[in-house]
Design a protein around this ligand. Structure first.
Ligand code: AHG
Ligand code: MN
Ligand code: MN
Length: 338
Protein backbone atom coordinates (compact mmCIF):
# COMPACT_ATOMS: atom_id res chain seq x y z
CA UNK A 1 0.00 0.00 0.00
CA UNK A 2 1.38 3.41 -0.91
CA UNK A 3 1.93 5.89 1.96
CA UNK A 4 -0.86 8.13 0.70
CA UNK A 5 -3.30 5.21 0.52
CA UNK A 6 -2.18 4.13 3.98
CA UNK A 7 -2.90 7.64 5.24
CA UNK A 8 -6.34 7.67 3.59
CA UNK A 9 -7.27 4.43 5.34
CA UNK A 10 -5.98 5.50 8.76
CA UNK A 11 -8.19 6.77 11.58
CA UNK A 12 -7.08 10.37 11.24
CA UNK A 13 -8.38 10.47 7.69
CA UNK A 14 -11.78 8.95 8.41
CA UNK A 15 -14.64 10.81 6.78
CA UNK A 16 -16.50 13.28 9.03
CA UNK A 17 -19.85 11.79 8.08
CA UNK A 18 -23.05 13.44 6.92
CA UNK A 19 -23.63 16.90 8.32
CA UNK A 20 -27.13 18.02 9.27
CA UNK A 21 -27.13 20.55 6.45
CA UNK A 22 -26.26 17.94 3.86
CA UNK A 23 -28.77 15.50 5.34
CA UNK A 24 -31.57 18.07 5.24
CA UNK A 25 -30.69 18.88 1.66
CA UNK A 26 -30.72 15.21 0.66
CA UNK A 27 -34.24 14.92 2.10
CA UNK A 28 -35.64 18.00 0.41
CA UNK A 29 -37.30 15.95 -2.27
CA UNK A 30 -39.69 14.62 0.40
CA UNK A 31 -41.32 18.06 0.51
CA UNK A 32 -41.77 19.03 -3.10
CA UNK A 33 -44.18 21.86 -2.28
CA UNK A 34 -42.05 23.72 0.22
CA UNK A 35 -38.66 22.10 0.17
CA UNK A 36 -36.47 25.16 0.60
CA UNK A 37 -38.51 26.91 3.30
CA UNK A 38 -38.86 23.86 5.48
CA UNK A 39 -35.16 23.04 5.24
CA UNK A 40 -34.32 26.60 6.18
CA UNK A 41 -36.57 26.34 9.22
CA UNK A 42 -34.73 23.25 10.46
CA UNK A 43 -31.43 25.01 9.88
CA UNK A 44 -32.66 28.04 11.86
CA UNK A 45 -33.53 25.78 14.79
CA UNK A 46 -30.13 24.10 14.57
CA UNK A 47 -28.37 27.45 14.52
CA UNK A 48 -30.25 28.72 17.58
CA UNK A 49 -29.44 25.50 19.40
CA UNK A 50 -25.73 26.04 18.76
CA UNK A 51 -25.97 29.51 20.30
CA UNK A 52 -27.89 28.14 23.28
CA UNK A 53 -25.32 25.37 23.61
CA UNK A 54 -22.62 28.00 23.77
CA UNK A 55 -24.47 29.91 26.51
CA UNK A 56 -25.08 26.71 28.50
CA UNK A 57 -21.42 25.78 28.33
CA UNK A 58 -20.57 29.10 29.95
CA UNK A 59 -22.99 28.56 32.86
CA UNK A 60 -20.96 28.82 36.04
CA UNK A 61 -18.48 31.22 34.49
CA UNK A 62 -20.83 34.06 33.67
CA UNK A 63 -23.95 35.18 35.50
CA UNK A 64 -26.56 33.08 33.72
CA UNK A 65 -27.51 30.64 36.44
CA UNK A 66 -30.34 31.08 38.91
CA UNK A 67 -33.86 32.36 38.47
CA UNK A 68 -35.01 35.79 37.39
CA UNK A 69 -37.63 36.14 40.12
CA UNK A 70 -40.63 35.63 37.86
CA UNK A 71 -42.88 32.69 36.97
CA UNK A 72 -43.98 31.49 33.54
CA UNK A 73 -47.57 30.68 32.56
CA UNK A 74 -47.22 27.14 33.94
CA UNK A 75 -46.22 28.52 37.35
CA UNK A 76 -42.55 27.48 37.10
CA UNK A 77 -39.82 29.81 38.32
CA UNK A 78 -38.21 31.19 35.16
CA UNK A 79 -34.47 30.64 35.07
CA UNK A 80 -32.18 33.10 33.34
CA UNK A 81 -31.30 30.45 30.79
CA UNK A 82 -35.01 29.74 30.14
CA UNK A 83 -35.41 33.35 29.14
CA UNK A 84 -32.17 33.48 27.19
CA UNK A 85 -32.98 30.28 25.27
CA UNK A 86 -36.43 31.65 24.49
CA UNK A 87 -34.90 34.83 23.10
CA UNK A 88 -32.39 32.89 20.99
CA UNK A 89 -34.92 30.53 19.42
CA UNK A 90 -37.53 33.22 18.90
CA UNK A 91 -34.99 35.50 17.27
CA UNK A 92 -33.62 32.80 14.95
CA UNK A 93 -37.11 31.76 13.87
CA UNK A 94 -38.29 35.35 13.40
CA UNK A 95 -35.29 36.32 11.34
CA UNK A 96 -35.50 33.15 9.24
CA UNK A 97 -38.87 34.22 7.81
CA UNK A 98 -40.27 30.70 7.30
CA UNK A 99 -42.22 30.63 10.55
CA UNK A 100 -45.48 32.55 10.77
CA UNK A 101 -46.00 32.13 14.49
CA UNK A 102 -44.36 30.83 17.62
CA UNK A 103 -45.84 29.60 20.86
CA UNK A 104 -43.44 29.02 23.72
CA UNK A 105 -43.62 27.61 27.20
CA UNK A 106 -42.01 30.83 28.36
CA UNK A 107 -44.55 33.26 26.95
CA UNK A 108 -48.22 33.55 27.81
CA UNK A 109 -49.60 34.06 24.34
CA UNK A 110 -48.50 33.13 20.83
CA UNK A 111 -46.46 35.50 18.68
CA UNK A 112 -47.76 36.40 15.23
CA UNK A 113 -44.70 37.29 13.20
CA UNK A 114 -46.91 38.89 10.54
CA UNK A 115 -44.92 37.55 7.62
CA UNK A 116 -45.54 35.19 4.74
CA UNK A 117 -44.31 32.13 6.62
CA UNK A 118 -46.18 28.85 6.26
CA UNK A 119 -45.22 27.22 9.54
CA UNK A 120 -46.07 27.30 13.21
CA UNK A 121 -43.57 26.32 15.89
CA UNK A 122 -44.37 25.24 19.46
CA UNK A 123 -41.31 25.18 21.66
CA UNK A 124 -40.00 24.40 25.12
CA UNK A 125 -36.80 26.44 24.75
CA UNK A 126 -35.17 24.92 27.79
CA UNK A 127 -36.41 21.72 29.31
CA UNK A 128 -35.26 20.53 32.70
CA UNK A 129 -34.22 24.00 33.70
CA UNK A 130 -34.13 23.10 37.40
CA UNK A 131 -31.04 21.07 36.46
CA UNK A 132 -29.09 24.02 35.02
CA UNK A 133 -27.50 25.08 38.26
CA UNK A 134 -26.25 21.59 39.01
CA UNK A 135 -24.68 20.91 35.62
CA UNK A 136 -27.05 18.11 34.61
CA UNK A 137 -28.30 17.51 31.04
CA UNK A 138 -31.06 19.77 29.78
CA UNK A 139 -32.81 20.15 26.43
CA UNK A 140 -34.99 21.96 23.92
CA UNK A 141 -38.17 20.46 22.45
CA UNK A 142 -39.93 21.65 19.30
CA UNK A 143 -42.96 20.83 17.15
CA UNK A 144 -43.60 22.15 13.66
CA UNK A 145 -47.05 22.47 12.08
CA UNK A 146 -48.41 23.99 8.89
CA UNK A 147 -50.44 27.11 9.63
CA UNK A 148 -54.21 26.71 9.35
CA UNK A 149 -55.02 30.28 8.40
CA UNK A 150 -54.27 31.63 4.96
CA UNK A 151 -50.92 33.35 4.42
CA UNK A 152 -51.47 37.07 4.87
CA UNK A 153 -54.31 36.63 7.40
CA UNK A 154 -53.67 37.23 11.11
CA UNK A 155 -52.96 34.07 13.08
CA UNK A 156 -55.47 32.81 15.61
CA UNK A 157 -55.36 30.21 18.39
CA UNK A 158 -56.62 27.66 15.85
CA UNK A 159 -53.24 27.81 14.15
CA UNK A 160 -51.63 26.67 17.39
CA UNK A 161 -54.25 24.35 18.87
CA UNK A 162 -53.61 21.52 16.43
CA UNK A 163 -53.57 17.85 17.32
CA UNK A 164 -50.15 16.21 17.60
CA UNK A 165 -51.14 14.15 14.57
CA UNK A 166 -50.83 17.29 12.46
CA UNK A 167 -47.14 17.82 13.25
CA UNK A 168 -45.03 17.79 10.13
CA UNK A 169 -41.81 17.61 12.11
CA UNK A 170 -40.67 17.46 15.70
CA UNK A 171 -37.43 17.16 17.53
CA UNK A 172 -35.29 17.88 20.52
CA UNK A 173 -31.82 19.03 21.34
CA UNK A 174 -30.07 17.42 24.27
CA UNK A 175 -27.34 19.47 25.89
CA UNK A 176 -25.46 16.66 27.61
CA UNK A 177 -21.90 15.34 27.72
CA UNK A 178 -22.23 15.88 24.00
CA UNK A 179 -24.97 17.91 22.37
CA UNK A 180 -27.38 16.12 20.08
CA UNK A 181 -30.24 17.06 17.82
CA UNK A 182 -32.82 14.35 17.17
CA UNK A 183 -35.72 14.91 14.83
CA UNK A 184 -38.36 13.36 12.65
CA UNK A 185 -40.31 14.57 9.68
CA UNK A 186 -42.51 11.49 9.71
CA UNK A 187 -40.03 9.23 7.93
CA UNK A 188 -38.17 7.74 10.86
CA UNK A 189 -35.97 9.38 13.45
CA UNK A 190 -32.41 10.56 13.00
CA UNK A 191 -29.92 11.80 15.57
CA UNK A 192 -27.02 14.19 15.02
CA UNK A 193 -24.14 14.87 17.38
CA UNK A 194 -22.67 18.35 17.58
CA UNK A 195 -19.03 18.42 16.56
CA UNK A 196 -17.90 21.50 18.44
CA UNK A 197 -14.64 22.08 16.59
CA UNK A 198 -16.46 22.07 13.25
CA UNK A 199 -19.56 23.81 14.57
CA UNK A 200 -21.66 21.20 12.76
CA UNK A 201 -24.18 18.55 13.67
CA UNK A 202 -23.06 15.21 12.21
CA UNK A 203 -25.33 12.21 11.65
CA UNK A 204 -24.44 9.78 14.44
CA UNK A 205 -27.70 7.88 15.05
CA UNK A 206 -29.41 7.11 11.73
CA UNK A 207 -32.91 5.62 11.77
CA UNK A 208 -33.27 5.37 15.54
CA UNK A 209 -35.53 2.64 16.87
CA UNK A 210 -36.94 2.26 20.35
CA UNK A 211 -36.58 -1.32 21.61
CA UNK A 212 -39.96 -2.99 21.96
CA UNK A 213 -39.11 -3.94 25.55
CA UNK A 214 -36.73 -2.38 28.00
CA UNK A 215 -35.84 -2.65 31.66
CA UNK A 216 -35.89 1.00 32.72
CA UNK A 217 -38.80 2.87 34.28
CA UNK A 218 -38.59 6.61 34.89
CA UNK A 219 -40.90 8.36 37.29
CA UNK A 220 -40.69 10.89 40.07
CA UNK A 221 -41.56 8.37 42.75
CA UNK A 222 -41.81 11.18 45.28
CA UNK A 223 -45.30 11.60 43.83
CA UNK A 224 -46.42 8.08 44.71
CA UNK A 225 -48.67 9.10 47.59
CA UNK A 226 -50.46 11.61 45.30
CA UNK A 227 -51.32 9.06 42.61
CA UNK A 228 -55.02 8.35 42.39
CA UNK A 229 -55.05 5.68 39.68
CA UNK A 230 -54.16 2.37 41.31
CA UNK A 231 -53.25 0.98 37.87
CA UNK A 232 -50.16 3.20 37.83
CA UNK A 233 -48.95 2.13 41.25
CA UNK A 234 -49.60 -1.49 40.28
CA UNK A 235 -47.48 -1.01 37.17
CA UNK A 236 -44.63 0.47 39.22
CA UNK A 237 -44.88 -2.54 41.54
CA UNK A 238 -44.69 -4.78 38.45
CA UNK A 239 -41.53 -2.97 37.30
CA UNK A 240 -39.98 -3.55 40.71
CA UNK A 241 -41.01 -7.22 40.79
CA UNK A 242 -39.22 -7.62 37.46
CA UNK A 243 -36.06 -5.96 38.78
CA UNK A 244 -36.29 -3.10 36.31
CA UNK A 245 -33.97 -0.18 36.98
CA UNK A 246 -35.45 3.11 38.17
CA UNK A 247 -33.78 6.01 36.36
CA UNK A 248 -35.02 9.59 36.70
CA UNK A 249 -33.04 12.67 35.77
CA UNK A 250 -35.83 15.24 36.00
CA UNK A 251 -35.07 16.60 32.53
CA UNK A 252 -37.69 15.09 30.26
CA UNK A 253 -35.47 15.26 27.16
CA UNK A 254 -32.65 13.43 28.92
CA UNK A 255 -34.95 10.80 30.44
CA UNK A 256 -36.68 10.31 27.10
CA UNK A 257 -33.44 10.11 25.13
CA UNK A 258 -31.98 7.45 27.42
CA UNK A 259 -35.14 5.36 27.20
CA UNK A 260 -35.26 5.78 23.43
CA UNK A 261 -31.74 4.41 23.10
CA UNK A 262 -31.92 1.71 25.75
CA UNK A 263 -35.61 0.79 25.88
CA UNK A 264 -37.74 1.98 28.76
CA UNK A 265 -40.82 3.84 29.87
CA UNK A 266 -41.30 7.36 31.27
CA UNK A 267 -44.32 8.08 33.43
CA UNK A 268 -45.71 11.40 34.59
CA UNK A 269 -49.27 10.62 35.69
CA UNK A 270 -51.96 13.01 36.76
CA UNK A 271 -52.14 12.99 40.54
CA UNK A 272 -53.48 15.01 43.45
CA UNK A 273 -50.63 17.50 43.09
CA UNK A 274 -51.05 17.82 39.31
CA UNK A 275 -54.67 16.83 38.52
CA UNK A 276 -54.11 17.21 34.76
CA UNK A 277 -50.50 16.06 34.73
CA UNK A 278 -47.49 18.35 34.79
CA UNK A 279 -46.04 18.13 31.32
CA UNK A 280 -47.23 20.41 28.59
CA UNK A 281 -49.06 18.96 25.63
CA UNK A 282 -47.93 21.55 23.10
CA UNK A 283 -44.37 22.07 24.25
CA UNK A 284 -43.30 18.66 25.49
CA UNK A 285 -45.66 15.73 24.99
CA UNK A 286 -46.61 16.17 21.32
CA UNK A 287 -43.08 16.32 19.93
CA UNK A 288 -41.81 13.37 21.93
CA UNK A 289 -44.92 11.35 21.10
CA UNK A 290 -44.35 11.91 17.38
CA UNK A 291 -40.70 10.90 17.75
CA UNK A 292 -41.39 7.80 19.83
CA UNK A 293 -44.07 6.58 17.41
CA UNK A 294 -41.71 7.09 14.51
CA UNK A 295 -39.14 5.01 16.40
CA UNK A 296 -41.66 2.21 17.02
CA UNK A 297 -42.71 3.15 20.55
CA UNK A 298 -45.93 4.58 21.99
CA UNK A 299 -47.15 7.58 23.94
CA UNK A 300 -50.45 8.03 25.73
CA UNK A 301 -52.17 9.94 28.50
CA UNK A 302 -53.43 6.67 29.95
CA UNK A 303 -56.61 6.60 27.90
CA UNK A 304 -55.68 7.74 24.41
CA UNK A 305 -52.62 8.35 22.23
CA UNK A 306 -51.05 11.76 22.90
CA UNK A 307 -51.15 12.52 19.17
CA UNK A 308 -54.96 12.22 19.16
CA UNK A 309 -55.59 14.81 21.90
CA UNK A 310 -57.30 17.97 20.71
CA UNK A 311 -55.69 20.82 22.65
CA UNK A 312 -58.00 23.51 23.95
CA UNK A 313 -55.43 25.77 25.61
CA UNK A 314 -51.92 26.78 24.67
CA UNK A 315 -50.41 25.86 28.02
CA UNK A 316 -52.51 22.82 28.82
CA UNK A 317 -50.87 19.92 30.57
CA UNK A 318 -51.38 16.21 30.18
CA UNK A 319 -50.51 12.96 31.90
CA UNK A 320 -47.69 11.40 29.88
CA UNK A 321 -46.68 7.77 29.51
CA UNK A 322 -44.12 7.21 26.79
CA UNK A 323 -41.64 4.56 25.70
CA UNK A 324 -41.18 1.00 24.56
CA UNK A 325 -44.23 -0.63 23.00
CA UNK A 326 -44.46 -3.72 25.22
CA UNK A 327 -43.95 -1.73 28.39
CA UNK A 328 -46.71 0.65 27.31
CA UNK A 329 -48.93 -2.39 26.73
CA UNK A 330 -48.24 -3.73 30.23
CA UNK A 331 -48.99 -0.31 31.69
CA UNK A 332 -52.25 -0.11 29.77
CA UNK A 333 -53.26 -3.55 31.05
CA UNK A 334 -52.68 -2.37 34.64
CA UNK A 335 -54.71 0.79 33.99
CA UNK A 336 -57.56 -1.13 32.33
CA UNK A 337 -57.72 -3.72 35.13
CA UNK A 338 -58.29 -0.99 37.63
P1 AHG B 1 -39.27 22.62 32.28
O1 AHG B 1 -37.87 22.77 32.82
O2 AHG B 1 -39.35 22.89 30.82
O3 AHG B 1 -40.28 23.39 33.08
O4 AHG B 1 -39.66 21.09 32.38
C1 AHG B 1 -39.51 20.39 33.58
C2 AHG B 1 -40.25 19.12 33.46
C3 AHG B 1 -39.52 18.00 32.75
O5 AHG B 1 -38.33 18.31 32.12
C4 AHG B 1 -39.29 16.97 33.81
O6 AHG B 1 -39.52 15.70 33.28
C5 AHG B 1 -40.27 17.31 34.86
O7 AHG B 1 -40.56 18.66 34.75
C6 AHG B 1 -39.77 17.04 36.23
O8 AHG B 1 -40.78 17.24 37.13
P2 AHG B 1 -40.63 16.85 38.67
O9 AHG B 1 -39.62 17.77 39.26
O10 AHG B 1 -42.00 17.05 39.23
O11 AHG B 1 -40.20 15.42 38.72
MN1 MN C 1 -39.93 21.13 29.82
MN1 MN D 1 -38.87 24.67 29.79
Amino acid sequence: MTPSLQMEKSRIALPIGITLDRFIKSKQTEYPSAAGEFSQLLRDLALASKVVNREINKAGLVDIMGNIGQQNKGGDEQQKLDVLANIRFTRALSKGGEVAGIVSEETEDFIDLKNKGKYIVAIDPLDGSSNIDVNVSIGTIFSIFKRKSKVGQPLSKKDFLQKGDCQIAAGYILYGPSTMMVYTTGNGVNGFTYETTLGEYVLSHPDMKCKTTGTIYSMNEGLTSYIINKGITNYIALCKSRDYSGRYIGSLVADFHRNLLKGGIFLYPSCKKYPKGKLRLLFEANALAFIVEQAGGEASDGSKPILKIQPTQLHETTALFIGSKNMMKDLQKCINKN
